[in-house]
Design a protein around this ligand. Structure first.
Ligand code: PLP
Length: 377
């Protein structure tokens, strides 16, 4: 299989899987238990938190483990709306956020909030000036992602934070950094965001684990789950020790050669762009700068057909977010792409292990698809 869909999820390295299995079998104690096996499990959770926090660039006590990026996004937005309820009910976000953010905002709208959805330019970019313009006295939350999962565009979170500070806004700043963590270097403690969502399975960890960074302005946050008081009373529930150990191991492995890996991924992306643009009818979509995501379009050739045909040949790419499951992407819609371009968008995404010969195979398969069919639009 040629796997070129690392923005959807990533392969789990054997070492991570071994860590997960070893923890499941040998360290199955409940971290709340008051005997050595429990204390051992508790220490393992603490070590995992330390490792992930270090990679994120914050103190361990600022990080709460969750079950996924979606959970982190939902919680961040709801807690910000709850915190600001006496100040206002206005949210600023973008029209190209992941559905975990958009759907939560829509639900809050049904509950009485109002939301402004900033539209990107044709290249997929959002500016801090747009946020400044949308900001109101009653804005309680600004939620802008760090890296768009479909276009690969990197949004200016630091600049947006500066806008909020300069305006003396009480709004919290949330960023969905699920696609940015360990792909686009940043430190949580200097990015300027109050809330940062990340997810394990985008960096080689098992599915079912994520985290939310809570900055110092987030005092007395609304707990997500009530119960036994785990995660500092913020998210009760017996800790997923094996997943957490796997998350930490994956992060440790990714950080080992991070700079080299990111440079190699950027090189692979440049190579893929050159090979794909050489195919008649292929054009680039957006100008995403993230090293692991490239969006192109074989204009007029429905992407669902391409994805399926290449998939049958063992080449995995996507038409956009895996979450759309065949529906047209709101991201391409918001970017105002031409109908034929929009219909043919393909997202190719890379990991540290992606090789040039895999890109060659993709380019050849796409060329064959193009040669064998007529555009439908
Ligand atoms: N946010 C972004 C930008 C994503 O790309 C994804 C996953 O595709 C998520 C949130 C959701 O993360 P998870 O799959 O861990 O729920």
């Amino acid at each position: 299989m040629i796997y070129l869909d690392h923005a959807a999820t990533t392969p789990v390295p054997q070492e991570v899987a071994d860590t997960v299995c070893r923890t499941l079998v040998n360290q199955f104690g409940n971290p709340s238990s008051q005997y050595p096996a429990g204390r051992e499990a508790k220490a393992l959770v603490a070590r995992s938190r330390e490792t992930v926090a270090q990679a994120l660039g914050c103190e361990a006590e600022r990080l709460v483990f969750t079950s996924c990026g979606t959970e982190s996004d939902n919680w961040a937005i709801r807690l910000a709306a709850h915190r600001g309820r006496h100040t206002g009910k206005h949210i600023v976000t973008t029209a190209v956020e992941h559905s975990a953010v958009l759907e939560t905002c829509r639900r809050l709208e049904q509950e009485g909030c109002t939301a402004t959805y900033l539209r990107p330019d044709r290249n997929g970019n959002i500016t801090a000036a747009q946020v400044a313009e949308a900001l109101r006295e009653d804005t309680v939350l600004v939620s802008v992602m760090l890296v768009n999962n479909e276009s690969g565009c990197v949004f200016p979170i630091r600049e947006i934070a500066d806008v909020l500070r300069a305006r003396g806004s009480k709004a919290l700043l949330h960023t969905d950094a699920v696609q940015g963590f360990l792909k686009v270097p940043f430190r949580a403690d200097s990015l300027g965001a109050d809330l940062i969502s990340i997810s394990g399975h985008k960096v080689g960890a098992p599915k079912g684990v994520g985290a939310l960074y809570l900055g110092e302005r987030v005092r007395n946050p609304l707990p997500l789950l009530a119960g036994g008081g785990q995660e500092n009373g913020l998210r009760s529930g017996t800790e997923a020790t094996a997943q957490l150990a796997g998350f930490a191991k994956a992060v440790e492995l990714r950080r080992k050669h991070l700079d080299d890996d990111l440079a190699r991924m950027a090189g692979i992306k440049a190579y893929a762009l050159e090979r794909l643009l050489a195919i008649d009818g292929v054009e680039r979509v957006g100008d995403g700068a993230a090293p692991h995501i490239l969006a192109v379009s074989l204009a007029g050739y429905p992407s669902a057909n391409v994805v399926e045909e290449l998939g049958a040949q063992g080449i995995c790419i996507s038409a956009g977010s895996a979450c759309h499951r065949g529906r047209a992407s709101h991201v391409w819609e918001a970017m105002g792409l031409d109908r034929r371009v929009k219909a043919g968008v393909l997202r190719v995404s890379f990991g540290p292990e992606t090789r040039k010969d895999e890109i060659d195979a993709l380019a050849e398969a796409l060329q064959r698809h193009r040669d064998a069919r007529f555009p439908l639009l």
